[in-house]
Write a protein of this length. Structure first.
Length: 295
């Protein structure tokens, strides 16, 4: 392993934490879909995360105030795409689409990130890297479809599928625009974007309350909000943003394909499902795709 590989290894390991947390987020979102409306879950997720972060990051937030003020436009744009929009749309999609559809659509994100990066920055990929992306998507598809490709043919495009497509494009924009973020401490950046994202969500949350009502704060609901506020939010976003800064948006984007792999692992651990041949085949394809893209 050369010096460059050694220096980027921690970033690769950190990025792998993000899809693990997000896999849990999808599973939980599906489980509480009938208990918490989507905008409410998204708002309280980011509000709690912001309230946890602010006292811990206040010295950085205060130090970076002038930088944030100067770069408020890009901060607001990143908050809109990555905080206000993506997970709210994901939670909405889980009300009308299946887990198979949602997970499969999300695996297209690396390809969307690459296309957006090519448009914005003129980045180019080799045929080997393109093949690596393809292998990752195919591997994730094997895991999600459980090796039954007929399931892909049988899927019908429903409202939730279209919502997931929009969510994927918006988060791909977030990832591609991250290199343009203001030069500030990573935790300060998270705090500012979480706060701005909450402000963006507030009108939708208030409208949702007037239209469909609020939710009952049971221990299970409180625990669910706590999980999505800490792990898919603070932990995952810090790891993801650090990965983009060190290894780039294109390489980081490939880790999205680990979400269905981690989801399968969670099912084995918590639901008692057995590890089958299609799990191993999908994981092998994803690993091969990582290796090809990073050559």
């Amino acid at each position: 392993m050369n010096a460059t590989s050694k220096s980027t290894l921690p970033a690769f390991l950190m990025v792998a934490v993000a899809p693990m947390c997000w896999a849990g987020n999808i599973v939980l979102a599906k489980g509480v879909a009938t208990l918490i409306p989507p905008a409410a879950l998204a708002f309280w997720r980011w509000a709690v995360a912001f309230l946890i972060l602010l006292p811990l990051t206040w010295p950085y937030v205060r130090r970076d105030w002038k930088t944030a003020k100067a770069g408020w436009r890009i901060l607001a744009l990143l908050a809109l795409f990555g905080v206000t929009s993506f997970n709210t749309l994901l939670y909405m999609a889980m009300h009308t689409t299946t887990a198979i559809n949602g997970a499969l659509i999300q695996t297209s994100m690396p390809a969307v990130i690459i296309v957006i990066s090519m448009i914005l920055y003129g980045e180019r990929v080799s045929w080997i890297q393109a093949a690596g992306v393809t292998l990752c998507v195919v591997g994730a598809g094997v895991v999600v479809l459980k090796g039954r490709w007929q399931a892909l043919v049988d899927m019908a495009l429903v409202q939730g599928d279209l919502i997931m497509v929009v969510a994927v494009v918006l988060y791909a924009l977030y990832s591609a625009l991250l290199p343009k973020r203001p030069n500030m401490h990573p935790m300060s950046f998270l705090t500012y974007t979480f706060g701005l994202g909450c402000l963006g969500l507030l009108p939708f949350y208030l409208w949702e309350m007037s239209a469909v009502g609020t939710f009952v704060l049971t221990p299970g609901v409180a625990g669910s909000i706590g999980y999505v506020a800490i792990f898919p939010s603070i932990v995952a976003y810090f790891c993801w943003n650090r990965g983009v800064a060190v290894i780039g948006a294109n390489r980081t984007g490939l880790f999205i394909n680990l979400i269905p792999v981690f989801a399968a692992a969670l099912a084995v651990i918590f639901l008692g499902e057995s590890l089958k041949a299609f799990h191993l085949a999908g994981m092998a394809l994803i690993v091969a795709g990582f290796v090809m893209f990073n050559r």
